[in-house]
Design a protein around this ligand. Structure first.
Ligand code: WT7
Length: 655
């Protein structure tokens, strides 16, 4: 579609809420006024209505030690009780919690009563391995029910989990296990990838036996998933089927303090060292449940909900495990990839389970667009009533495709902006309330306040002027810090415009209707397929290769993945450039050091890198090269001829 026909098509669409939808929607226009009139009162009400407290809280928000927040102070609760037991106690034990769809076509139906038994057994098993309140448990698993059982079992014991995405390498796993000092790791023998088993436990073994460092890991609990052969340490390793299956299927969930840590989740920042973002209990659960109810418009008695994210990312934490289960949802959990065994697999799943709410990422939608409209057209998707998008800006073209070919030209799309740090959705339309604007996340949800600041830190509201997105009031599911590094927390989020404003790292603007448009990161963070990667982390992986002297990495625009990793590399004096072979070797080296998601799309071997007189690499100029643009202003370069050299060298050595 050309830009012209796209804009005329947009113009013809009526994207105001359908009154029939509005009549049943969980979100209301009044919520905005209510929250604006009494911010804390609004959140206190959400906390009491959506969460069951073992002991009620006495103070909604303690911000006296800002930027370290305490929410629902004095309250006590157990997250697993809220996500599982209370639904059984309310008589909904027979409701399906999880429709599991394995990549191989195997399925499993898990009711809330089943979930209660499974989570209890897993909690008893972890306790028998010595896990108690406050101990950290690393989870390195594919998308299978045991992963959900494990996370909830940890929550049940008050033992913070640190889920590490199964696509991360042994090296990445090692750093994260060491930083969190995890005592137990839960993993599987292998994982199914496009019809084939890929080993997983092997990376755990390598992460534990890393150099000379003593590992904090005492026990490794292993689910048999693929029958992949594994090495076994009799002292340390335990099979899930040996230990968990024999456990009692009841377990008393002990309430913890509202501010007790629930999980740590590592994410990339502007330095090479990943940040352990940590979230606590009462505030996190409140906002996860609230947003899943009002933004996804979840009606647990009638909806079938499906979030396609991996549990290794925050989206899987908040919108597979904690939000939907706290709300008593029935959901689909799918192990595999969208094209396994065929490109219609997702739509087949939608048809089979009558999925009514689908939450996915723009990169997936753009992939489906490439595969063609005839694929979704083969399936009955009339059950769909709400669509969601997350991870990066959704371009209007993908938005329209999603609406038409998945949403039957009727389902509202919620474009949800948030971050690992925010814990839950922050900026999004409310379905049934908001008149939609394709490409824009629109406005902060009720209870959330945001502004856009100029370079001097002053808020403005003019349309089309580009500035920095900040959050202006604490929110319940906000991160409570960076694990073990409170200074870095203050420095990263509360110093650029602080101490009043949380700086998200995103550029943003308003349109003339007052909608917020997110414009991507303004720091050295890339967004590849909705996954956050830091330029510094990939650069340090590259320079760890014996042939590399220096590296600079940029995120270049990519039609499918949003951004793609492009690396510029200077080889060491003694190293020879073997062209394509060297390029492949360096790409594979990054995949090994960090994981396949970080593998550069392109590696360009260059003689020089563009630097300012103070030695800072000018990534902006490299980005121009990677995106095939005219190179911008080079006047601040120490040596202005460098860019010509790089451009000349571009014809060779690229992928
Ligand atoms: C960054 C956070 C939130 C879970 C997935 C990513 C970008 C996220 C949107 C959106 C525009 C978005 C931002 C943000 N982002 N959602 N709807 N529109 N940009 O979590 O890895 O913590 O990354 O993703 O740049 O800062 P994350």
């Amino acid at each position: 579609m050309t830009d012209d026909s796209l804009s005329s098509h947009l113009h013809e669409l009526d994207l105001s809420p359908d009154p029939a939808f509005t009549a049943q929607a969980n979100g209301t226009a009044e919520m905005y006024d209510e929250a604006a009139a009494d911010h804390e009162g609004f959140w206190a009400r959400q906390a009491r209505e959506r969460v069951t407290w073992a002991k009620d809280f006495d103070t909604t928000l303690d911000w006296s030690e800002a930027p370290f927040a305490k929410w629902f102070v004095g309250g006590e609760l157990n997250v697993a009780y809220n996500c599982v037991d209370r639904h059984v106690e309310a008589g909904n034990g027979d409701r399906v919690a999880i429709h599991f769809e394995g990549e191989q076509g195997d399925t499993r139906t898990i009711t809330y009563a089943d979930l209660q038994r499974e989570v209890s057994k897993a909690a008893n098993a972890l306790a028998s391995l010595g896990v108690s309140t406050g101990d950290r448990v690393a989870v390195y698993m594919p998308m299978i029910p045991e992963t959900v059982f494990t996370m909830l079992a940890c929550a049940r014991l008050g033992a913070p989990h640190s889920v590490i995405f199964g696509g991360f390498s042994a090296e990445a796993l090692h750093t994260r296990i060491a930083d969190a000092e995890a005592k137990v790791v839960v993993t599987t023998d292998g994982q199914w990838r496009r019809g084939k088993p890929a080993p997983l436990k092997a990376a755990v073994d390598a992460a534990i036996h890393h150099g000379d460092d003593a590992s904090p890991v005492e026990k490794v609990l292993v689910v048999k998933r693929t029958d992949t052969e594994v090495e076994w340490d009799d002292e340390r390793d335990v099979w899930w089927h040996d230990l968990v299956e024999g456990q009692p299927d009841t377990h008393e969930a002990a309430p913890v303090d509202s501010e007790h840590p629930l999980f740590i989740l590592y994410t990339s920042g502007t330095t090479g060292k990943p940040k352990g973002i940590f979230h606590t209990t009462g505030g996190y659960l409140t906002q996860a449940a609230y947003t899943n109810a009002v933004v996804h418009d979840l009606h647990p008695e009638t909806d079938v909900y499906w979030c396609t994210a991996d549990v290794g990312w925050v989206t899987g934490h908040s919108y597979i495990v904690y939000g939907p289960l706290a709300n008593g949802a029935t959901q689909v959990l799918y192990e595999g990839t969208p094209d396994s065994p065929h490109q219609g697999r997702w739509w087949e799943i939608v048809e089979k389970y009558k999925v009514s709410i689908l939450y996915t990422a723009p990169t997936a939608i753009r992939t489906f667009m490439k595969w063609g409209t005839d694929i979704p057209a083969k399936y009955d998707m009339s059950s769909i009533r709400v669509l969601g998008s997350v991870g990066e800006p959704i371009n209007p073209e993908a938005w329209l495709w999603y609406r038409k070919h998945v949403g039957g030209d009727r389902a509202p799309i919620v474009d949800t902006w948030w971050q690992t740090e925010t814990g839950a959705i922050m900026i999004s339309p409310l379905p049934g309330v908001t008149t939609l604007e394709p490409g824009s996340a629109q406005r902060p949800i009720p209870g959330i306040s945001a502004e856009i600041l100029d370079d001097d830190g002053n808020p403005f509201t003019e349309a089309e002027k580009v500035g920095y997105l900040v959050l202006t009031k604490p929110w319940p599911s906000m991160l409570r810090g960076i694990w073990g590094d409170p200074e870095r927390y203050k420095e990263t989020y509360w110093s650029r415009f602080g101490p009043k404003y949380y700086f998200a790292g995103d550029g943003a603007k308003y349109d003339e209707k007052g909608n917020i448009w997110l414009l991507g990161r303004v720091d050295d963070v890339m967004n590849v397929s909705g996954h956050r990667l830091s330029t510094a982390e990939i650069e340090s992986a590259l320079v760890s290769h014996p042939s590399v002297a220096e590296a600079a990495v940029v995120g270049a625009a990519d039609e499918t993945t949003g951004q793609a990793v492009c690396a510029f590399v200077i080889l060491r004096g003694g190293a020879t450039d073997h062209g394509e072979e060297t390029v492949q070797e360096l790409r594979n080296h990054v995949a090994k050091e960090i994981g396949p998601i970080a593998k550069p799309r392109q590696v360009m071997i260059v003689q020089e890198l563009p630097k300012t007189r103070s030695g800072k690499i000018m990534r902006r100029l490299l980005k121009d090269v990677a995106e095939n643009r005219e190179v911008g202003d080079v006047t601040t370069l120490a040596d202005s001829s460098v860019m010509n050299l790089i451009k000349q060298g571009m014809s060779s050595g690229s992928d």
